[in-house]
Design a protein around this ligand. Structure first.
Ligand code: ADP
Ligand code: MG
Ligand code: MG
Length: 881
């Protein structure tokens, strides 16, 4: 039955071992024993047994009888007897859930030793020292792990004995010393009112129970909570014949990666310790030697090991992380699993595995994770730098990891300063940021804020631009007026121009310059993502890009067009802002605003050459561009064409809205101020015509998108203005510019009437007016769920904690609700207009889990910020497999 699964020795391997049932470690042992790699024989008590134990609080008699049966098989295989004083068999007891889980019980080795069997082991191996070494380890581990006696209590006895005997290392103890140590350890038990069970089966049972109980230990529950692990049955428990790396110079133990986990190079990387038992390698008691040393001392075992690792790589089609022990020259494998690796290594390994014929491109895509992609995109501190004293000793504060990557720069406290000193390399530090700071953020190498979470303005913008960002660093006091940044705890103060380093991966702020290493978007990166593109021919990846440089970056990172250009983002540039304000407040200078736009559009379309560029008409509430009344002075009033500050303030105040996100914005703006749509359509078509005029081979392809549509007349009036304007310009300049008009679907009502939206036609020529839907899932989520994105920080964390929400809906699409609207509009839109292009723009377009959903719905593309493009390419590729 599935309660106990045997492995190694005479065990028949399972056909299809199930990781959920046998756990990760059990699976590795099963598979190794099935493909002819020698593992010490043993058996796995499966996760259903753990569940039974949780329910009843005990192991049933039948269960225990089955364990005794399983032990008999191993006794036969090994010719030893469990509890037999002549030739004792020993076990290890190892926990192992389906996902690796710190917080579970530690492994206990050498189970089965007692005052009698230890003598038997000494005789059988003719090595008393070894036997007592094993025994003292059991006494320590069992006391610590199973009975909760502190390990330090045992350590103290060990140190005392070392002093008494005048020895430095454990290895210097004689057999008699170790026997004496065991006696001292028995005293530790007595001091703690515990007793060591002499009966080997009692020992084993206590270990199994401890493993199963540890599943519900606080630290294990906490770990599952933090990592969102909900669906596991429990942990498995592996009982395995002990093999001994501590039997002398021809024994040892080690761990290895089949390839370099740092660089991905196809070269074994590992450590080996002669005459040692398992935990010695990790515990750092002695310094292990590189694995190559094993080749010299134990050539046969080394060769066997290399061949095993090769077999395992071929079987699992992936880089392996293995643990092994050599007993008297004979090699035993104890564990294998896919190895953790850096981003750089992930790409190299994926590409190499295909090259070497070990796996297909489809399979290789799954060797790369979104985090790997992110790591490769940004400059980072090298692992040596992170380990260095210089780094560790100079961390002055830790905030939240707001945007990945690393940066060095001189402190700038205002947007103006950051822009003025951009060439020196600056870090912009602010209490928090607002849209007015985007110029400074763009100019800065990195951004630090003392307030706001990972979805705050600073963090969202930083991630979009690929800028390292530490946000919400409350340990810092940031004062814009005095231009100082103070570490609250120590009072250490930094001023303008001081150099710091920022680690956006960890949230650390360092008081000195730490060297960064640049991303290598070299061969493997492009190769693997190229496979993803080829596989995902259905769902493409486009980028949100607001400027020429943005679009260039996006194209470099593989975007197949611009899915969202927020035309107004560039209004904040210092030379533009006063002009924009004059237009908003006084209706003047519209021609100048148009000129900025035309320049931007030209640059963006040139960067995307031949690929579609989707431009959203003006969307945000206009007062976002106005100064705060506190900032107004006479000079500003004059610049904006007012006779007095009071007059300007009065105009600003008249534009105040109680609920701007549901106020005068989106297409409502252009309906109230019709000059907007005309001006923007002119700028777009003129920009495209300019490019064609400069170069007849240029292929600009603008797509004009109307935001915040909720009704048919809203869309139709806008679409007609755009179309008439475009046709007029084309005729005037006698240049043919291909273009499309479409709508965003972001107001729930638009989703509900999507069939009508898709089928509206131009009353003059009967041609369809709407070529595409693009789901603005940020607003759609906000309005469907009735949750303000900017205020959700006050309750979403609590919702997540209490399981009221499973995911932040602004990060991962709410498939049931908001997703239903997306699906509904897609189906109805396509039914009404089969050629309708469907897409999503907004944060969800870069989220792998959401992309899987969008791919299922059948969207033509997702659009996300340039630095998310590679992640999205990977995700669309994976979704297509
Ligand atoms: P972890 O999950 O912490 O890696 P393991 O169960 O792999 O714990 O055990 C830790 C180490 O103990 C192993 O790497 C190995 O060196 C040693 N070990 C475990 N079982 C045995 C065994 N049957 N024989 C020899 N050494 C063992
Ligand atoms: Mg292990
Ligand atoms: Mg919107």
């Amino acid at each position: 039955d599935a309660k106990i699964v045997q492995f190694g020795g005479s065990a028949l391997p399972q056909e299809k071992p199930d990781k959920q049932i046998v756990g990760g470690k059990g699976l590795g042992l099963q598979i190794m024993s099935g493909i002819g790699v020698s593992v010490p024989p043993g058996f796995t008590l499966t996760t259903p047994v753990c569940q039974e134990f949780q329910d009843s609080g005990d192991l049933s008699d039948e269960m225990w009888a089955a364990v005794r049966e399983a032990v008999k098989r191993i006794e036969k295989d090994t010719g030893k007897g469990y509890g037999n004083p002549e030739n004792p068999l020993l076990f290890s007891c190892r926990s192992g859930a389906a996902v690796s889980m710190p917080g579970m019980m530690d492994t206990v080795l050498n189970i089965g030793l007692n005052k009698e069997t230890v003598e038997g082991l000494a005789k059988a191996t003719n090595n008393k020292r070894f036997a007592y070494d094993a025994y003292r380890r059991l006494l320590d581990m069992f006391g610590d792990v199973v009975l909760g006696i502190s390990h330090e209590a045992f350590e103290r006895r060990l140190e005392m004995l070392k002093m008494k005997k005048g020895v430095r290392d454990d290895t210097d103890f004689s057999a008699d010393d170790l026997e004496e140590l065991c006696e001292a350890y028995y005293e530790v038990y007595a001091e703690n009112d515990k007793s060591f069970p002499e009966d080997p089966f009692e020992q084993l049972k206590a270990c199994v129970k401890a493993v199963f109980s540890s599943w519900n230990a606080d630290r294990a529950i906490k770990y599952r909570e933090i990592n969102g692990i909900a669906s596991l049955l429990g942990t498995a428990c592996n009982i395995q014949t002990m093999v001994f790396g501590n039997r002398g110079e021809t024994s040892g133990t080690g761990v290895a990666f089949s390839r370099d986990p740092g660089t991905g190079e196809n070269k074994m990387k590992g450590e080996y310790l002669i005459n040692a038992q398992g935990e010695d390698v990790v515990a750092g008691i002695r310094t292990p030697e590189p694995i190559a040393r094993m080749k010299e001392v134990l050539p046969d075992a080394y060769e066997q090991f290399m061949s095993n690792v090769d077999i395992l790589e071929k079987h699992f089609k992936d880089m392996q992380d293995v643990e092994f022990t050599v007993e008297d020259g004979k090699l035993w494998m104890l564990q294998c699993r896919s190895g953790k690796r850096t981003g750089q290594a992930a790409f190299k390994i994926a590409a190499d595995l295909v090259e070497e014929g070990l796996c297909t491109p489809e399979e290789a895509l799954f060797k790369v994770e979104p985090d790997h992609v992110k790591q490769v995109l940004h400059p980072t501190f090298s692992s040596e730098a992170l380990e260095s004293k210089e780094y560790k000793d100079n961390v002055v504060a830790v905030g939240l990891a707001g945007g990945p990557g690393a940066a060095i720069g001189k402190l700038a406290f205002t947007t103006e300063d950051a822009e003025a000193r951009q060439s020196e390399g600056v870090i912009l530090v602010r209490e928090n940021t607002s849209p007015e700071d985007v110029g400074g953020m763009w100019a800065a190498n990195g951004i630090v804020t003392s307030r706001g979470g990972v979805t705050s303005h600073a963090a969202v913008v930083a991630r979009g631009w690929g800028k390292p960002c530490v946000c919400g660093c409350e340990q810092l006091e940031i004062d814009e007026k005095s231009k100082t940044m103070t570490v609250k705890r120590t009072g250490e103060t930094f001023t303008e121009g001081d150099t710091i380093s920022v680690n956006g991966n960890t949230g650390e702020i360092v008081r000195v310059a730490i060297e960064t290493s640049s991303p290598a978007l070299d061969g493997e990166f492009g190769k693997v993502l190229g496979w993803a593109d080829a596989l995902s021919d259905k769902c493409k990846v486009m980028a949100n890009a607001d400027s020429g440089p943005d679009a260039t970056k996006a194209a470099e990172l593989g975007a197949q067009g611009v899915g969202l250009c927020r035309t107004e983002h560039m209004f904040f540039a210092p030379e533009r802002l006063p002009v924009v304000r004059r237009w908003i407040l006084r209706g003047e200078d519209l021609d100048k605003v148009q000129e900025f736009q035309r320049t931007d559009f030209r640059e963006i379309m040139a960067a995307m050459d031949g690929k579609p560029v989707t431009i959203r008409l003006l969307d945000p509430p206009l007062h976002e561009f106005l100064p705060r009344v506190q900032q107004v002075d006479d000079a500003m009033a004059k610049e904006l064409g007012y006779s007095s500050a009071a007059a300007l303030i009065s105009d600003i105040e008249s534009m105040h809205e109680e609920n701007p996100m549901l106020g005068l914005r989106g297409c409502r703006l252009a309906i109230v101020r019709p000059e907007v749509a005309t001006m923007q359509a002119e700028a777009i078509i003129n920009a495209a015509a300019d490019l064609i005029e400069q170069n007849p081979d240029a292929k600009p392809f603008p797509r004009i998108m109307v935001p915040l549509v909720g009704s048919i007349p809203e869309f139709v009036t806008q679409a007609i203005i755009i179309k008439r304007t475009a046709e007029r310009i084309k005729a005037e300049r006698n240049i043919d510019v291909p273009y499309e008009i479409g709508t965003m679907i972001e107001v729930p009502r638009a989703a509900l009437i999507s069939d009508q939206l898709a089928s509206v036609v131009d009353p003059e020529d009967g041609q369809p007016l709407c070529s595409f839907f693009s789901f603005g899932t940020n607003d759609l989520t906000q309005m469907t769920m009735g949750i303000s994105r900017d205020d959700s920080g006050a309750f979403i964390p609590t919702y997540l904690e209490n399981g009221i929400l499973e995911e932040d809906p602004f990060k991962t699409i709410d498939a049931e609700g908001v997703g239903w609207l997306v699906r509904h509009s897609s189906v109805n839109g396509r039914a009404a207009s089969p050629g309708l292009s469907l897409s999503v723009c907004g944060e969800h377009g870069g989220d792998p889990q959401s992309i899987e959903f969008f791919d299922k719905v059948g969207l033509d593309y997702v659009s996300c910020s340039p630095f998310r493009v590679p992640v999205a390419r990977l995700a669309t590729g994976q979704a297509a497999v």
